[in-house]
Design a protein around this ligand. Structure first.
Ligand SMILES: O=P(O)(O)OC[C@H](O)CO
Length: 426
């Protein structure tokens, strides 16, 4: 407790909407009830991107929260944020709070670690992109309700049948850049950017004009024109289209599962992301978010006691029972092996067919390659906006897929160069 006898307050900004947001806040409430030394105060700050912007602005004003939930796209920015961030490995060493970081599953730990393997942020709500499909609509279209096509060629055939059966939206996607660009390239083992997708340094160049990307964006543009694919907007805007029963197939975060379970009034299934014929698919990369610890401001660090509170909260939030429940309630992946094993021993996967799809897909194909380990770009949030904007211009008929990709590449590289210039010394 603080000298006043009151618990030490720890501000925690997050970017999750219901139902996951309140479930996350419940974890903070339960932590507070489990001890009386610290009080975590969660606060919803808008979308992930808005939360990041707010946290960085707050740091400049000496009012940063202790903990900010940051989507994976902000990782490169946080890694180079210097004093704004308290690296997790440093915090654990200084406070002595024991968290077995070796228990984090590889693709998650790797994403948030420095080149020499030190964890910078606390893995928490990691996801990966998967397919959800409406079995009632599949049945109406004469499709097998128990199997989802493994390939994009198969998905196209299914979309044609769904449309012929009178379904207005055969397919949509959330997170267009994540699913249709970033995950696609990882699964096909094609680099998105040079220097191991940016893991080896800031001086990277985008590789978006590759033949696979051209083929896929040309397909998406054609499917959209032919009424097979509905572009549902940027980031998570398309999320409700599936659970509301509008679209037969939706690609999105595994973390949508909890929402679909609550809202869908139809039979549905989950499946791995498709790949093009002739490919041996690799692992998909993670999405979702991690918990970053922040100093209050440029001239304002925190006491060891505050960091101890943060670390104790992290330990609680990733303890096997709490993490297993979070995973099962939401669809986010269990970030520790212990939570995965616990879920298995509770027969969760046997009782919920398809619930292990994200984990299986993430761990598929052995060790991740330089193209499937993840992406670490400075200014990635801005680059994603460019990718989405240029895609939209192609969907609106204003440019070809090839022009669209060339523009993404040129504009994105400018963002990378600017970021490199301003962060050279970090
Ligand atoms: O919906 P989430 O939380 O899994 O996040 C999705 C990805 O982070 C997209 O970057």
């Amino acid at each position: 407790q603080a000298p006043s006898g009151q618990p030490i307050e720890l501000q925690f900004w997050h970017g999750l909407t219901p139902p996951a947001g309140p479930q996350l806040e419940q974890i903070a409430t339960d932590f507070n009830a489990s001890q009386n030394r610290y009080k975590v105060v969660p606060s919803f700050r808008g979308s992930y991107a808005e939360t990041v912007v707010a946290a960085i602005a707050a740091f400049r004003a000496n009012t940063a929260p202790h903990i900010v939930q940051m989507f994976e796209v902000g990782t490169g920015t946080m890694m180079t944020a210097g004093r704004a961030v308290k690296p997790l490995h440093e915090m654990l060493a200084e406070t002595g709070v024991a968290i077995d970081t070796r228990d984090f599953i590889g693709p998650v730990a790797g994403y948030y670690s420095t080149a020499d393997g030190r964890l910078m942020a606390m893995p928490f709500n990691s996801s990966t992109a998967i397919a959800f499909y409406n079995k009632d609509m599949f049945q109406r279209a004469g499709l097998d309700t128990n199997t989802f096509p493994q390939t994009w060629e198969g998905v196209e055939q299914a979309m044609v049948k769904l449309k012929a059966a009178g379904i207005a939206c055969p397919m949509t996607t959330s997170w267009p850049s994540w699913v249709m660009v970033e995950e696609l390239l990882a699964i096909h083992d094609v680099p998105l950017a040079s220097r191991a997708n940016g893991f080896e340094g800031l001086n990277t160049e985008l590789n978006l004009t590759n033949p696979l990307m051209v083929k896929h964006l040309e397909n998406l543009v054609r499917w959209q024109r032919d009424g097979l694919f509905r572009y549902g907007g940027r980031d998570s805007t398309a999320d409700p289209l599936f659970s509301a029963g509008e679209c037969a197939i939706a690609f999105g975060s595994s973390g949508l599962r909890g929402r679909i379970e609550r809202e869908a009034r139809f039979q549905w299934g989950a499946a791995m992301l498709p790949y093009y014929e002739g490919t041996t698919p690799r692992n998909s990369i993670i999405g979702g978010a991690a918990l970053w610890s922040m100093n209050r401001g440029p001239s304002n660090t925190r006491s060891t006691e505050e960091w101890r509170g943060v670390a104790e909260f992290f330990r609680y939030a990733t303890s096997p029972a709490v993490m297993a429940k979070w995973h099962q309630d939401t669809g986010y992946v269990p970030v520790t092996r212990a939570a995965y094993e616990l879920s298995r021993s509770q027969n969760y996967y046997a009782r919920n067919p398809g619930a292990d799809v994200p984990i299986e897909q993430m761990l598929r194909g052995g060790e991740p390659t330089a193209n499937s380990r993840g992406i670490r770009l400075g200014g990635f949030i801005e680059i994603r906006n460019i990718v989405q904007e240029e895609m939209e211009r192609a969907f609106q008929g204003g440019q070809t897929a090839q022009q669209s990709l060339a523009n993404m590449n040129t504009r994105g590289n400018q963002v990378l160069r600017n970021f490199e210039r301003t962060n050279r010394n970090n």
